[in-house]
Design a protein around this ligand. Structure first.
Ligand SMILES: Nc1ncnc2c1ncn2[C@@H]1O[C@H](COP(=O)(O)OP(=O)(O)O)[C@@H](O)[C@H]1O
Ligand SMILES: [Mg+2]
Length: 233
């Protein structure tokens, strides 16, 4: 079966103004990512990894170049359309969890479903299923400040995947976890995304994690470079 391209970036430029000086972060970056693919993205701090995820999810706009996700040209969308696009197609897992502190684990997961217009029954059932999938059924009614880092991260994963998004973006999600917990969380994420037939772009510093991806890309000097399979870790 032919695989379709889920992400197509062409000649993307993004420059920030800092203290009156311009700082080019993405410099003619291109990327083609297939539907169902898992890509690990490496790059030193400040190389533009988060900027790239923000451009792909429409949170940030490129100064120049094309951004097409699931056949939709993001540069042509209004802010309102971008919000709806993100809500439907993207699951975003932030580096620092970003759970809503006043909502329980269950409510954090339910929110995105409610915003997407799911029926109350569907919201209840899917929230339950996702909590079970990340092994947190017993923590459903707990607030984020009563959960460990690993537990919060699993809630963040459940929340990002609840509406079965075509594309999951994960930004250094194990940065604050110990190595062993980080490995478990990443394995779980990869399994859940694969089960849903989703596409995963994962920022990581872990070579062990990168090894399990279909492809490994490095962001360097504003562009992406591919690591070949024979690369010795
Ligand atoms: N909103 C912004 N305004 C100004 N500079 C920014 C902004 N976002 C990121 N940058 C700068 O862009 C560069 C890349 O940042 P980032 O994408 O966060 O890198 P990474 O995620 O790889 O660490 C950094 O030098 C950062 O300071
Ligand atoms: Mg970052």
């Amino acid at each position: 079966m032919a695989r379709s391209e889920y992400i197509l970036l062409d000649d993307v430029h993004r420059t920030y103004q800092e203290a009156g000086r311009s700082h080019a972060v993405l410099k003619g970056l291109s990327l083609a990512m297939n539907s169902g693919e898992i890509i690990a993205l490496l790059g030193r701090s400040g190389s533009g990894k988060s900027t790239l995820l923000n451009v792909i999810s429409g949170i940030d706009k490129p100064d120049q170049g094309q951004v097409v996700v699931n056949g939709i040209d993001l540069t042509a969308l209004s802010e309102r359309e971008l919000t709806l696009f993100r809500r439907e197609h993207i699951g975003f897992i932030y580096q620092f969890f970003n759970l809503i502190p006043t909502l329980t684990a269950r409510e954090n997961i339910a929110l995105v479903l409610e915003l997407n217009g799911y029926s109350p029954t569907a919201v209840r059932e899917i929230s339950q299923t996702m909590l079970a999938a990340v092994d947190l059924s017993q923590a459903a009614d707990r607030f984020p400040d009563r959960m460990s880092g690993g537990e919060q991260q699993r809630v963040a994963i459940a929340r990002a995947l609840a509406h079965s998004p075509g594309l999951v973006l994960a930004d250094e999600l194990t940065g604050t976890l110990d190595a062993e917990t980080g490995q478990l969380v990443l394995k779980l994420l990869q399994k859940l995304v694969s089960d849903q037939g989703g596409t995963l772009l994962l920022v990581t510093h872990s070579l062990a994690v990168a090894k399990t991806a279909d492809r490994v890309l490095t962001l360097e000097d504003g562009q992406l470079a591919e690591q070949e399979g024979s690369f010795a870790w």
